[in-house]
Design a protein around this ligand. Structure first.
Ligand code: ATP
Length: 319
């Protein structure tokens, strides 16, 4: 097995008394598009900055492209291209001239500029002044700059921020195809679940500085066991009965929700639980099976109140 593109262990950073990143151990496999999800303020940017060696962790380690960021900051920086919020382009220079500044700094051949412009499909506009670029074009130019020198890892902070729907769709398509086209691994942060669901192969969810869920998206989805909602007259007693039968149960105003184990047959489970409830004199008004969505899980694990007692465990294994 090859080394992960990015791996952190116990990565931690405080700002004063605020714990911004709390013992994060994440694994981004090679050639993944890893969606780093979390609400505003969850600690995504701080984590990315530590991966890039822009700020130091208080504790823990990070490896990028196999290089320890703390021990060899410059070596790690050579493995990664980044797109952070501020682009810092010169508006009065063309896209090509802006790229040339970075190319010179990195000591790369001129041909690199044509290569990255082609990857982001900006060749035709490269001679125009950046001041006249749309936000989407600036984002693409930012990506092109991140790709100069063909680093094996790309770190992109909210790459669709501020784009219009067409721009967002373009960017998603582009990011999805990147590992295949360039061999790169992509780590992208977002606070939008839909975005990650449509783009990423892997996902890591950060809540209040903690990594509360991680895994291959296809596997996480396959493992999302369905739930059965029962409307009953006595939710507390119904829940106790269901718990005694080994179900993971939540109570709601109108009844209870039993979560099935992966692979368990929903109809058989619903029938068995219904029989048990009725035999115990709990009136059942309705039964409804419903699939669990990634959105539901995201809500469960990323809401501040549930972060401490969320029922879904982190899943460190990858498909
Ligand atoms: N330089 C700083 N000084 C003090 N507090 C900071 C600093 N940078 C970040 N924080 C705090 O650390 C926490 C995590 O911030 P961070 O920017 O990493 O979150 P985020 O998930 O990237 O959110 P957003 O999507 O809003 O950028 C927040 O509470 C933020 O206020």
């Amino acid at each position: 097995m090859t080394a992960p593109a990015i791996e952190t262990q116990g990565l931690t950073r405080r700002f004063g008394r605020r714990m911004a990143v709390d013992a994060v151990s994440m694994v981004v496999p090679e050639r993944a598009v890893y969606g780093f999800l979390g609400r505003n303020g969850a600690g995504k940017t701080t984590t990315l900055k530590m991966l890039l060696g822009l700020i130091r962790p208080d504790a823990g380690t990070a490896r990028v492209g196999g290089v320890d960021v703390g021990a060899d900051r410059m070596g790690a920086a050579r493995k990664v291209g980044a797109l952070l919020e501020a682009h810092g382009f010169y508006g009065n220079l063309s896209g090509r001239e802006n790229l040339d500044l970075t190319r010179t700094l990195l000591g790369l051949p001129k041909s690199e500029i044509d290569r990255v412009l082609e990857v982001v499909e900006m060749t035709a506009d490269a001679g125009r002044r950046v001041a006249g670029y749309s936000l989407g074009m600036r984002q693409r130019l930012g990506l092109a700059r991140a790709m100069l020198g063909a680093p094996p890892v790309l770190i992109l902070d909210e790459p669709t921020n501020g784009l219009d729907p067409d721009g967002i769709a373009d960017m998603r398509r582009f990011l999805r195809s990147l590992p295949e086209r360039t061999g790169a691994t992509v780590l992208l942060s977002s606070h939008l679940l839909g975005e990650i669901e449509q783009t990423a192969t892997h996902v890591g969810i950060l809540s209040q500085g903690r990594l509360v869920l991680e895994g291959a998206l296809a596997r996480l989805k396959a493992e999302l066991a369905p739930e059965i909602a029962f409307a009953v007259d006595d939710a507390a007693r119904g829940a106790a009965l269901a718990t005694a039968r080994g179900f993971e149960v939540a109570t709601a105003d109108a009844g209870l929700v039993a979560r099935l184990k992966p692979g368990e047959d929903a109809q058989t489970a619903a029938a068995a639980l219904n029989r048990a409830l009725v035999e115990a004199d709990v009136a059942v008004f309705s039964i409804g099976a419903r699939p669990r969505s990634l959105e539901g899980i995201y809500r469960d694990v990323s809401s501040p109140s549930s972060a401490a007692q969320q029922p879904v465990q982190p899943q460190p294994e990858f498909a």
